[in-house]
Write a new protein. Structure first.
Lengths: 197, 350
């Protein structure tokens, strides 16, 4: 999908084709990135229907702004950054409406305090955990209970393989902050998944 | 390093950070609790890396297409990729109204030019009448309703009626008139063309004003007293040639100039006027003679606009242009086409 240029900067061929107005270029972009964007949205929102809406929003926003895409990062990085923002907005809207999810526990000023919702007693029971044979399903359920601002970092770091530096640039925070947030989120997942792992 | 410090550094340790890796490693070898925590943390991270891939539902592409089409203001394209980039769309949107306006202007202009440039009626060249037999008569308008010249040419009754009354004189035998032009009935207007019409560039009426009674004072631009007008069945209103376009040429073309000549200088005056016009790059459209055919009473010439002053000067050499015979707008271009001027020089004997 990417081709090197004389300056060493990779050029997304689909983006170039889209800018040149070639038929089918944006269709190809959607098809190339839809699974990755949708999976991220689904794990962020824990709702596949809402994830579908969010993914649609992501690609529509990309269509609007692709002409201004400077190519300083990969198109997938750009799309996932849009997806993170969209998903966080949706979660904040949920919170404001006090709908499905309860309030997220805020981290203390010193960074301590609960940063995840502990598993309900029902879900932490060994027999209940034993029923969830699928590690992916367990992890996905646990991911849905950690702080959204840390969740997207975990997804992009441990699932998508982004580096700490990339995440720091995306989150516009220092690398150390990214590392500490990630560690707390991982430890929270470990505690939630302790019966299974 | 206690267990709490180790727990805070487990991620860095597993990422291979070299800061306190040795101390953390040593603690983990000795502390079963921290070692178990490290193992479970690694399992979580490994589990995240091995999360099963999720596949987007097939309707996502279609939904994106529809959303893009709605954004683009049109129906959903067959392929989302056919949608123009936002930049191109905005350019098209900006150009749509100007393009529509330009199309409207072109449409109106095409109608205008079609009317202006519609092919003229065929102009038959009237055969020259034998010398001495031509009997000029004032033209009369059979009706007062304005008509398009094209329709005039198509009316046989009209043609025959005009042909009976309008005659074109020719020069005496032996006088070369290679460029003189006879006016055919088809070129004559059906009515006093006080307004322009589209195909009247060739229409030049020759007569103006009612016939003057013998001995009566002449009206400005009227017929020369020597010209016999008793045969005119009715007073003919002054007929102007209409310009080719109402918009571009709202004024009738052709100026009437009266030239007073002495009885001695009358002979050959018409030929001298015609020769002067030709010498200045013009042409002679018509020469009118008296009923006997001996004397020229009027000469109709067509000149390039720059030659108009020179032609008027030439007239002063042939005779005298009285103040009343020289209209104020005599120098204004009034020819059938742009940049030309037409004069009907009427010769009076004084």
């Amino acid at each position: 999908m990417e081709a090197p240029t004389g300056s060493g900067k990779p050029v997304d061929l689909l983006v170039e084709a889209f800018r040149q107005g070639r038929p089918g270029a944006f269709d190809a972009i959607v098809r190339a990135h839809q699974d990755r964007v949708y999976a991220f949205c689904a794990r962020m929102l824990s709702d596949r229907e809402e994830a579908l809406d969010a993914a649609q929003d992501v690609f529509l926003s990309a269509w609007r702004n692709l002409a201004a895409f400077r190519g300083e990062s990969a198109l997938s990085t750009w799309l996932l950054r849009i997806a993170a923002n969209r998903c966080l907005n949706r979660i904040r809207q949920r919170k404001s409406l006090a709908s499905r999810e309860g309030p997220w526990p805020d981290a203390g000023a010193d960074g301590e305090g609960p940063e995840f919702q502990p598993a309900s007693p029902e879900e932490s029971r060994p027999d209940r955990v034993a029923e969830n044979r699928e590690m992916g399903a367990i992890l996905s359920g646990a991911l849905g209970r950690i702080d959204p601002d840390s969740r997207w970092l975990v997804l992009l770091s441990d699932v998508e393989g982004f580096s700490y530096e990339e995440l720091a640039e995306m989150a516009e925070v220092p690398v150390g902050t990214v590392k500490s947030r990630l560690h707390r989120a991982r430890m929270a997942l470990r505690r939630m998944l302790a019966p299974a792992v | 390093m206690d267990c709490r410090d180790v727990m805070e550094r487990l991620s860095d340790y597993q990422d291979g950070a070299s800061g306190s890796a040795e101390a953390v490693g040593a603690h983990l070898r000795e502390c079963a609790g921290c070692s178990e925590a490290a193992r479970s943390l690694a399992a979580v991270r490994e589990g995240l890396r091995r999360l099963p891939p999720l596949t987007a539902p097939p309707e996502l592409v279609a939904r994106v297409r529809e959303a893009v089409a709605r954004e683009d203001g049109g129906p959903a394209p067959v392929s989302a990729g056919t949608a123009a980039p936002p930049g191109a769309r905005s350019v098209l949107s900006r150009l749509r109204i100007p393009l529509e306006a330009a199309a409207a202007v072109l449409f109106v202009a095409s109608i205008y030019w079609y009317q202006k440039g519609s092919p003229p009626a065929p102009v038959p060249q009237a055969p020259p009448a034998p010398a001495g037999t031509a009997a000029p008569a004032p033209e009369t308008a059979p009706d007062s309703s304005p008509r398009l010249p094209g329709k005039i040419a198509k009316s046989p009754e009209r043609e025959s009626r005009i042909a009976e009354k309008a005659e074109v004189a020719s020069l005496p035998p032996g006088t070369p008139e290679p460029k003189s032009r006879a006016w055919s009935p088809a070129e004559l207007p059906a009515a006093p063309a006080v307004r322009a019409s589209s195909e009247s560039a060739r229409i030049v009426p020759g007569e103006a004003g009612p016939p003057a009674a013998p001995g009566a004072p002449e009206a400005q631009g009227g017929a020369a007293p020597g010209a016999t007008r008793d045969e005119a069945p009715a007073p003919a209103p002054r007929v102007y040639a209409a310009p080719p376009s109402r918009l571009l040429r709202p004024l009738p073309y052709g100026r009437e100039v009266v030239l007073d000549v002495t009885p001695e200088g009358r002979e050959g005056a018409g030929e001298r006027i015609a020769a002067a016009a030709r010498r200045l790059g013009g042409s002679v459209e018509r020469i009118e003679r008296d009923p006997s055919g001996a004397d020229v009473v009027a000469v109709r010439v067509l000149l390039p606009e720059p030659a108009a002053p020179s032609f008027l000067s030439e007239l002063e050499r042939i005779g005298k242009v009285p103040p009343e015979g020289r209209p104020a707008e005599v120098d204004l271009p009034a020819g059938p086409t742009r940049g030309t001027v037409a004069y009907t020089v009427r010769i009076r004997v004084r």
